[in-house]
Design a binder for this molecule. Structure first.
Ligand code: ADP
Ligand code: ASP
Ligand code: MG
Length: 431
């Protein structure tokens, strides 16, 4: 058994979905679980729906109609491709009823929001964003089936069982393993990434970009041979090509290194994906859906990176906080414990921290828009200064040349060196 994961970029339009079908056919494997994310930027669009809905702005309904147009457009394109492959294929796609399925799903989303009484934003979020993956998987499954691949569409909410921490649900491994091994018995199945369900059967999500993690969970529970995530890049590079020039492909690396890169923010892999795979020594392959013959990167049980080189990571739009005692006394263990309690309460992610005698510095990501509340809570007991919009650069395996490469005209607020890792916080607004 192998697990393939196709992210948003790989299914963003009809041409891309047809390419996914080609990739699957080319691998000549019959024992395959396929995980698919929402098409293109659909999850962002659904986040806009929720933002409008939350403000009682009825334009959220227009946004849903835009999503209907977008998905129907993909379906129309695929209908043409199916027709091109012969009458039988074209007929099978038409008879899948996919147009009505898409319309029905988006009507059901409207109904859910109209009936909703809950003021729990995270709960409403999960009941809404899940539609991105439901729509994409229905379309991809209909097309693969029309092309003769005979895949079974499965609802991930019956497989990935979680707690009810909406927007960042924790996996119930025991229940998930039972559900997955009992239900994923078909040789060829296709399901949604990112979504699961809680003990009451209500939809939960695993956090943004969580589809990689879904693939990892399925692979773990099914004792898969490998997980392949198909991306718009040749594999894991030594830096994000959107941010750095002259990047190099890493051919292979150990799990520990991939975990470090993901932890520091290399967005090519979701940080939680590696842990289940490492436990069972299941390889994670990152391959290009553009050049699908190339081998990409393999993450497996081995020593060191091949080739060994500095790896660069940048996280933008971070927030820098410096926390000091009001009377300039030492920041001791009690204060640090108190500060961490607050970070945990507000679910704020820390990218870097450093303490001195009288202050404690943190570089944070405001994932759930909680920073203002956190600062308010801390300011009741400490002196807090905040610098918004900073970038956090991390270089793993740095050398003199890589330190030079990071030389920036902007003000460096903080530098931290450990044996393998260099981190810099840079102010952005002086550019
Ligand atoms: P998906 O379609 O699966 O959601 P993502 O867009 O989340 O894919 O991930 C692929 C993107 O990750 C690439 O387009 C690239 O810009 C970015 N990326 C960040 N760091 C790296 C890296 N070290 N190597 C390759 N890609 C990277
Ligand atoms: N669709 C979700 C997101 O955009 C999950 C994923 O793509 O992995 O965050
Ligand atoms: Mg993604």
């Amino acid at each position: 058994m192998n697990i393939y994961k196709f992210g948003g970029a790989s299914v963003k339009d009809a041409v891309s979905v047809a390419n996914v079908c080609r990739i699957i056919k080319a691998q000549e494997t019959t024992d395959l679980g396929i995980v698919v994310s929402a098409m293109g930027k659909t999850t962002n669009a659904l986040e806009e729906v929720i933002a409008l809905y939350r403000n009682d702005d009825s334009r959220y309904l227009n946004k849903i109609d835009d999503l209907l147009d977008y998905h129907l457009n993909v379906v129309r394109g695929l209908q043409e491709f199916a027709n091109d492959q012969g009458d039988e294929c074209g007929l099978r796609f038409r008879e899948s009823g996919i147009i009505n399925t898409i319309k029905g799903l988006l009507e059901s989303l409207k109904g859910t929001l109209l009936r909703n009484q809950s003021k729990n934003y995270s709960f409403v979020y999960d009941q809404t964003v899940c539609y991105g993956e439901l729509l994409s998987t229905k379309i991809v499954a209909a097309y693969l089936n029309a092309c003769g691949l005979d895949v079974e569409w499965m609802d991930a909410r019956g497989l990935i069982r979680t707690d009810h921490k909406y927007r960042d649900a924790g996996v119930d491994w025991k229940k998930s393993e039972k559900a997955i091994t009992e239900n994923c018995t078909g040789k060829f199945f296709l399901t949604q990434g990112f979504i699961g369900s809680d003990e009451n059967g209500l939809t939960t999500t695993l956090g943004r970009e969580g589809s990689d993690y879904t693939a990892g969970i399925l692979a773990y529970c099914l004792d898969a041979e490998a997980v392949t995530i198909w991306k718009d890049v040749p594999g894991v590079l030594n830096a994000d090509p959107r941010e750095f020039e002259d990047t190099t492909l890493i051919e292979s690396m150990p799990y520990s290194e991939a975990i470090e890169l993901a932890f520091y923010g290399a967005s090519v892999i979701h940080p939680k994906t590696l842990q289940p795979l490492q436990g069972k020594k299941i390889a994670l392959k990152v391959r290009s859906f553009v050049n699908h013959e190339a081998q990409g990167t393999v993450i497996q049980n081995q020593d060191g990176l091949v080739p060994h080189m500095p790896c660069f990571i940048v996280r933008k739009n971070m927030i820098f906080l410096r926390i000091a005692a009001r009377d300039f006394s030492f920041i001791g263990e009690r204060n640090i414990s108190d500060i961490f309690d607050e970070l945990n309460t507000y679910k704020v992610q820390v990218g870097l921290l450093q303490n001195s005698a009288i202050s404690f510095s943190l570089c944070l990501e405001d994932k759930y828009e909680k920073i203002d509340e956190l600062v308010k809570a801390l300011a009741a007991r400490y002196q807090v200064s905040k610098i918004p919009n900073v970038s956090l650069y991390t270089v793993r395996h740095y050398n003199d040349e890589s330190v030079q490469k990071l030389a920036s005209p902007n003000e460096v607020i903080l530098k931290q060196f450990t044996q393998e890792t260099l981190q810099l916080i840079v102010k952005n607004d002086t550019a």
